[in-house]
Write a protein that binds this ligand. Structure first.
Ligand SMILES: [Zn+2]
Length: 218
């Protein structure tokens, strides 16, 4: 029995050794897939399932109010291998707020995500991509790197599945695409996004807090 287990373990180890370098060799570059506005009981489970089934990892820019309401979904994001970022607490137009309000939006989200088990975020995406020097300085105060995007999938604007897949096809090495966790078309696009990236030798990466670019997962 013991030798059979050892043999099985050795076989698994050999498979791992054989597969890992081949997979690494197919990565000509890395892209940052991002999904904003979660988490939720309505959309997060299906999105995480689709990403996992297609071998994708992504950065989830969560709203603090939803991290507080659905902490189990934050944990599910982490368990599924996703990275968790800060997307403000209530999704306001931050440049319209004073410094104290901006501070509250960002700091409460840091606390909510950490309390849920999502760790302390290092990445921050302002709602609507709207920022100014106050927003940037408050984000920096909390050790957050501001992340906008290189490609807008337009999924928030009722983009078709085809259009979302095509947007992902425009990503270059290191670049980041904006998507959201709630559009049905985004969920439907996941398998084809994965295939499109594979065809181009691009792999899903993490977003570096140092450079703000997509890089190999740590
Ligand atoms: Zn948003």
């Amino acid at each position: 029995m013991r030798s059979a287990l050892l043999a099985a373990a050795a076989c698994a180890a050999a498979t791992l050794v054989a597969v890992t370098p081949a997979q690494a060799a197919t990565c000509n570059g890395y892209v940052g897939l991002t999904f904003d506005d979660g988490p939720s009981n309505a959309h997060t489970p299906a999105l995480l399932s689709a990403l996992q089934q297609n071998g994708l990892r992504a950065t989830m820019f969560n709203e603090g109010q939803y991290a507080a309401a659905y902490p189990a979904q934050v944990r599910a994001q982490v368990t599924a291998g996703m990275w968790v970022g800060n997307h403000s607490y209530t999704h306001p137009h931050l440049p319209q707020l004073g410094q104290a309000q901006v501070d509250s939006e960002i700091s409460r989200t840091q606390q909510a995500i950490a309390a849920a088990g999502g760790g302390t975020p290092r990445l921050f995406r302002p709602p609507y991509g709207e920022t100014n020097t106050t927003v940037q300085s408050v984000a920096a105060k909390y050790g957050l790197r501001q992340i906008i995007w290189d490609v807008d999938s337009q999924d928030w604007n009722n983009a078709s599945v085809d259009a979302i897949v095509q947007a992902a096809g425009r990503l270059g090495n290191g670049q980041i695409i904006l998507m959201h966790e709630w559009p049905a078309n985004t969920l439907a696009a996941i398998p084809r996004i994965a295939q499109t990236l594979r065809n181009r030798g691009l792999c899903p990466g993490m977003i570096s807090p140092q450079t703000g670019r997509a890089v190999a997962p740590a």
